[in-house]
Design a protein around this ligand. Structure first.
Ligand SMILES: [Fe+2]
Length: 234
């Protein structure tokens, strides 16, 4: 498809499971960059904090990739093999970059001289920014190319069922926790799309947490979202 036509189609994707989660991930990656930028590798406490934050980042990225590998990538098999191969290639490549970052983190922690600590700390920071740039491109590929391919080959209900399978395994409290985690990075439209999926996956669980979810919305958001997803705005 021509790029122009593809871009136009993107804005009319019936289903896009990545747009809200990726907003959170971009902010998370940027926040980590800020922590890494300010970390003085000579400061044991600051380095330990960076190491802990790096471990959390790695876990978050691994969980995200595992979900994609298991939930969405199999749907591309025999439908869009070129997209699937590229998606897998990117995941393998990003995994190896994370492993390189982990090595640099270990070298920074284990360095015995101030010069070495500063040198490896700086290498970690630069390598992270390179990784971040690549990861941001990966997120665009997923939202643009993978989502486009999935919508070409599957009906909206089939794609929503994939997300619903995950939501069905969650408790009502998990719904609330996800909203709290994602809300700071979403506009009202994205919040409504996400909440509609939660509501349609399990009306009872959604109803149990809607009062608390709605209490965290501004009056303007609440009005917009309540009418979008068909719930009471009171
Ligand atoms: Fe991915």
């Amino acid at each position: 498809m021509e790029t122009k036509a593809k871009v136009k189609a993107i804005f009319h994707l019936p289903y896009n499971c990545y747009s809200h989660v990726h907003r959170f991930m971009r902010a998370y990656l940027a926040e980590f960059e800020g922590i890494a930028a300010k970390c003085d590798a000579r400061d044991a406490q600051a380095l330990a904090n960076l190491d802990n934050q790096f471990a959390e980042l790695k876990a978050m990225l691994a969980m995200h990739a595992e979900f994609e590998d298991n939930a969405y990538h199999p749907l591309l098999e025999n439908k869009a093999d070129d997209i699937l191969q590229e998606a897998n290639r990117q995941h393998v490549d990003l995994d190896s970059k994370v492993a390189q970052l982990a090595e640099l983190m270990d070298k920074t922690k284990n360095a015995t001289s101030v010069e070495e600590k500063l040198s490896y700390g700086y290498q970690f920071y630069l390598s992270y920014t390179s990784f971040q740039a690549e990861y941001l491109q990966h997120l665009v590929y997923e939202e643009r190319d993978i989502m486009h391919a999935l919508n070409q080959h599957y009906h909206l209900d089939e794609l929503r069922a994939v997300a619903f399978n995950t939501f069905k395994q969650m408790a009502a409290q998990d719904f609330l926790n996800m909203c709290k985690q994602l809300y700071p990075y979403l506009n009202a439209y994205e919040k409504a799309v996400f909440l509609r999926n939660l509501k349609d996956s399990n009306t009872e669980k959604f109803a149990a947490v809607w009062p608390e979810i709605s209490s965290q919305l501004t009056a303007t958001e609440l009005k917009l979202i309540a009418s979008d997803i068909g719930v009471d705005s009171q």
